[in-house]
Write a protein that binds this ligand. Structure first.
Ligand code: GDP
Ligand code: IMO
Ligand code: MG
Length: 424
């Protein structure tokens, strides 16, 4: 039996998962998404073109590789159809390159409305949701009310749909002053369902386990990041799924014993989009510089990302929860402008110096403890091998490897596929 390798984000998302999955895809037979939905925006760049994927796995551009949307994913048929339309110019044979789990849940138009109504009602306490209906859809899944991809092939699908919408309309009526026109949203949704009906829906857990038995190599592609995990993230400012390695097992139906390498991916600094605690956030000129140099604006919502220095206590926690075996460090090129790069090694909480993530960081005063590392102050984007990298960059990588007790095997120095350095 072969194993399932996992690639996932260790921070608050947008670490560069799409890019690295695309780089790694030639080593695999199947790329599988296991959680999240169109709240994700995964960017790939090659041959001068930038692609942003939301639901479709990031292996879709490579020939001979199958892409699978697992049972743990939630799908909005409207966004999914738009994604397919964007891929149309590239003449990809989607029918032969993409399969979808019958157990993946559907995001209804009313789930999106519920997301919006809930955020509106929260006022200043809003999560900063992408408003894609993620939370309400997972709520219906765990509440045992959800609609799944397999249901669209049933004769009573419309009945099931109407029943769930009726329930949602009832809930929406409790939100004072929340107005909507469902009929406008329903038409494209039903069109999207038709598109889904024409694709290949499979019993994906069986499919993947058969593939492992026959020696196929699988890479599981995470969405969001560990600090947005529903259990281990900065609750309640999180998403509604398990973004960690364990989510691969439940989101694909593969056993824990089938997990192979776990590749954890992080930026050489840190970002967050949406509300919630961010101990190393920079609300000064350095933060602005990172945002500008790193073009830190959301791939899904276009919102400016909050920026800060790297946070080692949070990274160590993420490495522990995920069982990370190797690391990819992204966007090193963005830090080229700085004379000194700061690293948060500990937190001061209630006068005590700690190097772990305490409970409920959303509601406590955390002061980061900084160390300064000399910057490399040169352009990295044209490097073609790690051997040629400046000593200061290698020192930063060595320093992080030692602190994180995990090898950094990839250093990324630009958004393009080719701007990827192997350290060993
Ligand atoms: P994902 O959600 O983890 O796939 O990441 P996003 O696509 O949301 O955000 C990462 C952004 O950084 C995208 O715009 C990428 O094109 C870009 N990117 C990825 N790696 C690098 C890198 O090494 N350097 C720079 N400058 N940009 C990068
Ligand atoms: P990728 O896969 C960054 C954030 C939102 C919000 C919180 C909850 O591209 O890394 P949700 O819509 O899930 O209810 O929003 O999570 N969020 C992300 N932030 N990258 C993502 O995905 C995200 N998906 C959700 O900004 O704070
Ligand atoms: Mg993203």
């Amino acid at each position: 039996m072969t194993k399932v390798d996992v690639l996932l984000g260790l921070q608050w998302g947008d670490e560069g998962k799409g890019k690295i999955v695309d780089v790694l895809t030639p080593k695999y037979d199947i790329i599988a998404r296991f959680q999240g939905g169109p709240n994700a925006g995964h960017t790939l760049e090659f041959e001068g073109i930038k692609h942003v994927l939301h639901t479709i796995p990031s292996g879709i551009f490579r020939e001979g590789v199958l892409n699978l949307i697992g049972n743990g994913v939630v799908i909005d048929p409207v966004i999914f159809q738009k994604e397919l339309e964007k891929l149309a110019p590239f003449k990809i044979d989607i029918k032969s390159r993409l399969v979808i789990s019958k157990k993946a849940h559907l995001i209804l138009p009313t789930h999106r409305l519920l997301d919006a109504a809930s955020e509106q009602a929260k006022g200043n306490n809003k999560i900063g949701s992408t408003l894609k209906g993620i939370g309400p859809t997972y709520m219906d899944k765990t509440g045992r009310n959800g609609l799944r991809v397999g249901d669209i092939f049933l004769p009573n699908f419309k009945e099931k749909y109407d029943l769930l919408v009726e329930k949602h309309v009832g809930i929406l009526s409790h939100y004072d002053g929340f107005e909507y026109d469902l009929s406008v949203l329903e038409k494209p949704w039903m069109e999207g369902i038709e598109v889904l009906r024409n694709l290949k829906a499979v019993d994906s857990e069986q499919f993947l386990n058969d593939a492992l038995k026959s020696g196929k190599k699988i890479l599981a592609e995470g969405a969001q990041g560990t600090m947005l995990d529903i259990d281990f993230g900065t609750y309640p400012f999180v998403t509604s799924s398990n973004t960690v390695t364990a989510g691969t097992c439940t989101g694909l139906g593969v056993s824990p014993r089938a997990i192979g390498d776990v590749i954890g991916i992080f930026k050489a600094y840190c970002t967050r989009v949406g509300s919630g605690p961010f101990p190393t956030e920079l609300e000064d000129a350095d933060g602005e510089t990172i945002r500008a140099e790193g073009r830190e604006f959301g791939a899904t919502t276009g919102r400016p990302r909050r920026c800060g220095w790297i946070d080692l206590p949070a990274l160590k926690y993420a490495i522990m929860i995920n069982g990370v075996s190797e690391l990819s460090m992204m966007k090193a090129d963005v830090l080229s402008v700085f004379d000194q790069i700061k690293v948060c090694t500990h937190y001061i909480v209630d006068g005590e110096k700690i190097d772990f993530l305490p409970y409920d960081i959303a509601n406590m005063d955390i002061q980061p403890v900084w160390e300064s590392i000399p910057g490399w102050k040169c352009d990295l984007t044209k490097l073609s091998s790690y051997a040629e990298a400046p000593k200061a960059l290698k020192d930063y990588v060595d320093y992080l490897e030692q602190k994180l007790e995990t090898p950094i095997t990839v250093v990324s120095v630009g958004p393009d596929r080719t701007q990827t350095l192997q350290t060993r």
